[in-house]
Unconditional design. Structure first.
Lengths: 278, 438
């Protein structure tokens, strides 16, 4: 489909209450089950991440540029979903997902590796030539990440705070289109972040729903607004697997249309820890 | 309401204490030993405080009333710092716009008068950035809300109520407008005695308007502070070209003059809701200061039409004396293309084109060529945009000063009438004038 101007339903976002929020009286025991479920979600995504990374890196090693380009975004989605946990391992996060801006010498920096180093080769230089070492390194790092996460006890505050952290990611680097500046596959990452945030919210929602139904209603409506906007830019609106158009095709107006609900989600989800007494 | 005791009594004490410590010498040395100020006696801590303690101001309690027929920040004496923040309105409908105006009114009413924020459970984000401490001092803060022409599109049902002269700014011949620093739905002019007070106000407004406003561009500026002057009126502040700026500004104590020149309302073709508002023009005017500093003093003075040191017109006298063009029709003394002569030829009937200047100097960073990116954050108010800025700027096109300046951003806005009391909301007259019929 072709992108078109988006108009949200009246007053969906921005209804954030300004008064001091009420605090739910949450039994710490009640957190155990959603945390366990979240770990399963993360491990499941990691499993997918590993197998997709295998195919992606094999394509690079085989010199199949077109296939490697096609697999770049669908592979990253799994990482973007679980960033709150993945980022706990700062060394791996840097080697897997750092951007050239993180290095003084940019793409020429010898420490610059991972997805965005490969993105530069595949989409800017249009080649797989010479990228086998980066591909091998990425595979090693991703395997390392999976084994480290398996051994990890998930810290509740990190998990719950992850819902807001993912929206901050969207607000800071996705809306501007700087995350995937060569492949322009930002909407994939955008969707990954939103999926990951929404998953956390859904898991903990039962613990806050009774205390603050207005909060739950507002967050759900804003997630729906973001989802609506994203759906407009899918190749097939109702098929999440179909992938997204290039972020270059998203108009300035529509980029701004993301900002409203994303900002309100970031503000609202930032209170989730408080609501759960974390 | 104060974040610290009365500073007038505190200041001398601090100075005495500092001198006392310097006299002792030994105490100062003790404080200098790695980190000992923290663990040492009270005197040690005071020695360290002399370096890291907050600078003292005696004007943090200055405040301007928020409520009134006109908004503050126009006739209000210009404080030392100011910024213009231009936003796009993200609200998608009229209800959202109404909510935005209500929240802005509440936030500005609070911030300009000062006070405290509600305390929250520490597991929540705090209600305030906290950069001014737990109690907010007004610090002469003003926040002035104005609307751009783009707000009067189809989104909010305001299309039939656009002020007569409000339009999207178009470039003048010497302009090099950068899209990222131009136009926008809503401008906030935020001014205060200290920079941190303006930053605090901006962060508060951003925090309390999620989903409603998105910052599009921002320009901060300053005015050089001067010691109290025995002269009345006080000399005008200088711009970054070293010249006094604002000398010919109309007398703001003259209500009739302000009603004629600044406040919209006299023109029967203007919508009624605009009465008490004003047209705001913002221009980011880069100054090529390195080149300017290499220009002859005589050339600089001829370009402006004033003496650099005193601000006096080239025809003689002191800063506030009127330039004499009547005896200088050929421009032998004040060149015909001097800035002040073009801007205001002092001819009969030209009074109606005068504008109220309220500019700040800005300094941003460095250009790729190593030259400083600084200049004038030009802000003016007028009752009639066409008769005011646009007429004056068209007269200035091609002036010799253009070699040293380059307007790169800005926009035209309409400053809303004031909120008259605590039940009123900024923009009420506009919303009422455009209310859908039941």
């Amino acid at each position: 489909m072709s992108p078109r101007a988006l108009f949200f339903a009246a007053s969906v976002f921005g209804l954030m209450a300004l008064q001091t929020p009420a605090q739910a009286d949450v039994d710490p025991e009640a957190l155990v089950e959603p945390i366990a479920e979240y770990k399963l979600y993360v491990l499941d995504n990691l499993d997918q991440f590993v197998s997709h990374t295998e195919k992606f890196t094999q394509a690079i090693e085989a010199g199949d540029l077109e296939r490697a380009q096609a697999l770049y975004a669908p592979t990253r989605v799994y990482y973007e979903r679980i960033e709150p946990i993945a980022e706990l391992f700062a060394d791996l996060d840097a080697s897997i997902d750092a951007r050239e801006d993180d290095y003084e010498h940019g793409v020429e920096d010898p420490d610059f590796t991972g997805f965005h180093r490969l993105e530069y080769g595949l989409f800017k230089e249009q080649t797989t030539q010479g990228f086998t070492p980066y591909a091998k390194q990425l595979m090693t790092d991703v395997n390392d990440l999976e084994s480290r996460v398996q051994d990890l006890t998930f810290p509740p505050a990190q998990v719950v705070g992850g819902a807001a952290a993912l929206m901050e990611e969207v607000a800071a680097t996705k809306v501007s289109g700087e995350e995937d500046r060569y492949s322009h596959t930002d909407l994939w990452d955008f969707q990954g972040n939103v999926d990951g945030s929404q998953k956390i919210f859904e898991l903990f929602k039962p613990l806050v729903a009774e205390e603050d139904p207005a909060f739950v209603d507002r967050v759900e409506k804003n997630f729906a607004a973001v989802e609506d906007t994203l759906a407009h830019y899918r190749h097939e609106t109702n098929n999440p697997e179909s992938g997204f158009v290039s972020y270059e095709k998203v108009s300035e107006t529509d980029r701004r249309a993301f900002v409203g609900p994303v900002t309100v989600l970031a503000e609202d989800l930032a209170t989730l820890r408080g609501k759960l007494g974390l | 309401m104060s974040d610290r005791p009365d500073n007038t009594s505190r200041c001398p004490f601090t100075l005495d204490r500092r001198r006392f410590l310097q006299g002792l010498g030994a105490a100062g040395a003790a404080a200098g030993l790695g980190g000992s100020a923290w663990a040492g006696s009270r005197d040690d801590a005071a020695g360290a405080h002399a370096v890291t303690g907050a600078p003292v101001s005696t004007t943090t309690q200055q405040s301007h009333p928020f409520h009134g027929r006109h908004q503050q920040g126009i006739l209000t004496p210009r404080p030392a710092t100011g910024m213009v923040v231009v936003c796009d309105v993200l609200a998608r409908d009229r209800a959202g716009l109404e909510r935005l105006l209500r929240i802005l009114t509440e936030r500005i009413a609070f911030l300009t008068q000062g006070g405290t924020y509600p305390k929250r459970d520490p597991s929540y984000p705090p209600a305030d950035s906290g950069i001014l401490g737990p109690t907010i001092a007004p610090d002469a803060l003003t926040v002035t809300v104005s609307l751009g022409a783009s707000v009067f599109d189809e989104r909010f049902g305001l299309a039939n109520a656009k002020p007569k002269h409000l339009q999207r700014m178009t470039g003048f011949p010497n302009d090099a407008l950068e899209p990222a620093r131009c136009h926008g739905d809503l401008s906030l002019q935020i001014c205060a005695n200290t920079h941190d007070t303006t930053i605090h106000a901006l962060r508060d407004i951003i925090k309390y308007t999620p989903g409603l406003l998105m910052v599009r561009w921002k320009q901060e500026g300053t005015v050089p502070v001067m010691p109290p002057s025995p002269d009345l009126p006080a000399p005008s502040a200088r711009n970054y070209l070293g010249f006094r700026d604002g000398t010919a500004t109309p007398n703001t104590d003259d209500d009739a003059l302000m009603n004629a020149l600044v406040w919209t309302g006299a023109d029967p073709d203007e919508p009624d809701w605009t009465h008490g508002g004003s047209y705001q023009v913002v221009r980011i005017i880069r100054n090529f200061v390195e080149r300017w500093d290499r220009a002859q003093l005589a050339e600089q003075e001829a370009i402006f039409g004033r003496r650099k040191e005193s601000g006096a017109p080239l025809s003689g006298g002191s800063e506030y004396d009127k330039p004499d063009y009547a005896n200088d029709v050929d421009g032998q003394i004040t060149p015909l293309d001097a800035h002040i002569r073009l801007a205001n030829p002092r001819t009969p009937g030209f009074e109606k084109h005068r504008i109220l200047r309220r500019p700040f100097n800005y300094s941003n960073g460095v250009e790729a060529n190593g030259q400083l990116d600084m200049g004038l954050l030009f802000i003016v108010y007028q009752a009639d945009l066409e008769a005011g800025f646009i007429t004056v700027q068209n007269r200035l096109n091609g002036e010799p000063l253009e070699e040293y300046i380059k307007p790169v951003g800005g926009g035209y806005f309409f400053t809303l009438p004031g909120a008259i009391d605590e039940h009123d909301v900024l923009g009420r007259s506009l919303l009422e004038a455009t209310a859908p019929h039941a």
